[in-house]
Write a protein that binds this ligand. Sequence first.
Ligand SMILES: Cc1ncc(COP(=O)(O)O)c(C=O)c1O
Length: 390
Amino acid sequence: MELPEDIDDDTVADVADRHGTPTYVTSAATVRDRFDRLRDAFPDARIQYAAKANTNPRILRLLRERGAALDTVSLGEVVAGERAGFGGDEMMYTSYAPSPDELAEVVDRGVLVNVDSAGQMETVLEAGADRVGVRVNPGVGAGHSDEVVTGGKGARFGVSPDEAAALFERAVGAGADPACLHAHIGSGFTEPEPLVRATERLCEVVGDLPVTPEYVDIGGGLGVPYREGEEPLDVAALGEQVRDAFNVDATLVVEPGRYLVAESTVLVTRVNTVGDGVVGVDAGFNVLLRPAMYDAYHAVTNLSRDFPVAEYDIAGPICESGDYLAHGREIAKPREGDLLAFQTTGAYGFVMASRYNSRPLPAEVLIDDGIELIRERETVEEQFRNVKLD
Ligand SMILES: Cc1ncc(COP(=O)(O)O)c(C=O)c1O
């Protein structure tokens, strides 16, 4: 699998020398390229990057400069957006079971909230919102694994179409503008069909609302190839089919996270131990959770040598027998000190990292005009900064 644009073995070695490992290394050119592809596919849409995939404010700023708006799920993501320069009107907030205090704070910052319960609607109106959105379950779900399907039967996200109409009525009655009908069906589908079906369904729902909202947000979920030879989602075809299905007088919003950032990034990790068929590296599920959490596949390469090739499991340093980043991979036979690169780690990589085993959070680097450190590695001591002993 090819490395992202502007990232090669020498760049990575340079990053590791300067900033250590494990480190997430992101190509600005690849992020821009994916945004531009999406813009070409959806020329008139509001492209609203789902910050949850990668919240580093430097990457958010890069996307904002390209013309992206921002979808957030927490006050933390709203603050990350503000740090990156997003105004309240350039962000939406779509969360499950947020606290009333958090909702009030988000409304106060001028961010449009997509509610998904009658209680949330009341809280948002009480907080003085003059615009509000409603998240609906369009009855369609899709995703790379059950954990990430968020629409269809049994999903806990979004209200029914009837309830959406009632919540629109409620907003109008309270003098607020019901400005958005929102849905998100799941994450990581690689065919246009589910999103096209959801778009059709959303347009039907709009027909039954008391007013047509300014925005109809069809959510994200656009998948990317993780394995060599996997067919990428045809975003141009997706754009065409969604635009054909979109027959309401509203601004179309697409809300991808993964698609915009996943392929831009490699996780660079150093080999600390080489055993018989197993190699131990300095990144485990504390740094990259997806393999342990979803049994996800990330292609891996030994950047330090090309041959001879042998098959290895790649284990992290966490004291759990399940701490593997990969199983049975053919890589150039590693030696201690070698650098390995895990690919396609720009989405749901750093943001899902933890301090488990009291290992500090990794560093993040952006390759744009040279090597830019965009998040310093946390120090061991910094992990304990909020601890009170007396
Ligand atoms: C409301 C909402 N929008 C957008 C996304 C982005 O999904 P993806 O990164 O798969 O595009 C998610 C992901 O969980 C989401 O919950």
